[in-house]
Write a protein that binds this ligand. Structure first.
Ligand SMILES: [Zn+2]
Length: 470
């Protein structure tokens, strides 16, 4: 039904817009237009359109349809799409720019500050930000959501907005937290412990001054903790944030913590429930409240692989990850700090439950958004999206569901579903031109021929140069 309705709506829009185009053409064609012609348009919602025209005017899509439906104004630039696929640009709905993905980036998890002081780590990753931005586009990720970091996160958003070769960036400020992380506090901490609901409200008000896209709560629950007290912190945050028109995203990874978070008003769950199978009441609650669920299937494995010295980059990571960050994994392999850590082997039972929960929530119609938690140790800015999409497909989601989660789902997290997440008239022209069909295999999203952001077309080569700082 959704497909039919979507297709019908799109056809109407195409006809309406095409009429407008003809009108404009008769007054003199605009030379600055652009059309991708001959490709198959695929997104996670509507039926594919073979041999399509995607007409772009400025930074927006003007019309989408078959060649018969969409007239090409004279004088526009034609991008040959024959034998290609056009998909929406990807959205990574969970990243952190205050973390590099490298081994030194979370001294609270593994303390390697004797090898590289945390101040140095932060200075290096800040200096690398322009390259990190370009790296996201290189991987087809045209938008990201930074779900929490220091107050300087807001400057990252500003910097991205000023940079052509950068994804669109939505941000949350410091995490309103039930626990402390003093190792990460060098003057502008990313995680701030709030002891009472009033403290949480005060922090929300400070953050609202910076106009965050989301508020973020780190609802860490350990056996013996007071679940009701944590829930009260979430409720206070949600209430205060809503006064400022801002939604709240919550880190809550156990079924009862996640349930408490949603009951307290959370709009987005930024991780999977990994301890237990979700139950009917939980599924209904998420559906009823319109909560978006971000599974982040890879991030825990990333830590395990790096800290056990067994991280092997995927082909996409070899090609597109920051080589300086990858190098840190080898640098630390023989450090005593790693050897002395308690070995936490990946728990296959937990991974099975996590995958089943995703499948169940997706089948029930809960909105899923693909997010990597990039920046955490082993989860690399840019190419980690492909690890994540593969795991989502392995969990039983169809290629179409995975594509929808990485496009329309992410747009929902950003609060920008009007602008992003589909190949449709009126949306921003953030697109991928692919050599292979992503509905056959999600790995085909790696076969990037061109990346379009805001109507500008980039080759992988120029994006790779920018990502290398050349
Ligand atoms: Zn995170």
């Amino acid at each position: 039904m959704r497909m039919m309705a979507g297709r019908f709506r799109r056809t109407l829009l195409v006809l309406a817009v095409a009429a407008g185009v003809l009108g404009a053409a008769s007054r003199g064609a605009r030379a600055e237009g652009l059309a991708i012609v001959g490709a198959t348009v695929v997104d996670g919602a509507a039926a594919p359109i073979p041999d399509a025209v995607v007409l772009i005017d400025g930074d927006r899509i003007q019309a989408v349809g078959s060649r018969a439906q969409v007239a090409l104004p004279k004088g526009i630039t034609i991008v040959d799409g024959r034998g290609k696929w056009v998909a929406p640009g990807l959205v990574d709905a969970h990243v952190h720019f205050f973390q590099s993905g490298g081994a030194y980036t979370r001294p609270d998890a593994v303390d390697l500050r004797k090898v590289r002081p945390y101040e140095r780590e932060i200075a290096l990753l800040k200096a690398a930000l322009p390259r990190t931005f370009a790296r996201y586009l290189l991987c087809g990720v045209t938008s990201v959501v930074d779900v929490g970091g220091p107050f300087w996160n807001f400057e990252v958003r500003d910097a991205a907005a000023r940079t052509a070769l950068a994804p669109r960036v939505a941000v949350a400020g410091p995490l309103i937290s039930t626990v402390d992380r003093p190792q990460l506090d060098i003057g502008d901490p990313p995680i701030i412990k709030t002891a009472t609901p009033d403290e949480a409200r005060a922090l929300v008000r400070r953050e609202l001054e910076r106009k965050p896209d989301l508020m973020k709560v780190w609802f860490v629950f350990r056996p013996g903790d007071d679940l009701a007290a944590g829930k009260a912190l979430v409720a206070a945050t949600v209430d205060e944030a809503r006064k400022g028109g801002v939604r709240t995203a919550v880190h809550a990874t156990e079924l009862e913590t996640a349930r408490a978070a949603v009951e307290a008003g959370a709009d987005v769950l930024v991780h999977s429930v990994f301890d237990k199978p979700v139950d009917d009441a939980f599924v209904d609650l998420l559906k009823r409240r319109g909560v978006v669920y971000i599974p982040t299937l890879f991030v825990r494995t990333g830590y395990t692989l790096v800290l056990s010295g067994t991280f092997t980059p995927t082909p996409a990571e070899r090609r597109w990850a920051d080589p300086d960050v990858l190098a840190t994994f080898d640098e630390v392999k023989s450090r005593p700090e790693l050897a002395s850590r308690p070995r936490r082997a990946p728990d296959p039972e937990s991974e099975r439950v996590t995958a089943q929960n995703l499948k169940r929530l997706s089948d029930a119609g809960v909105t899923i958004a693909a997010g990597t938690d990039a920046g955490n140790i082993g989860t690399l800015h840019g190419p980690s999206i492909f690890r994540e999409l593969r795991l989502m497909a392995d969990a039983g989601l169809t290629t179409r569901q995975v594509l929808a989660s990485a496009t329309a789902g992410g747009a929902r997290v950003m609060g920008r579903e009007k602008d992003l997440g589909a190949v449709a008239p009126g949306k921003l022209a953030d697109l991928l031109i692919l050599d292979r069909d992503p509905l056959v295999d999600v790995a085909n999203l790696e076969a990037i021929h061109r990346v379009v952001k805001g109507g500008r077309v980039y080759t992988p080569e120029e994006l790779a140069r920018a990502a290398a700082g050349r």
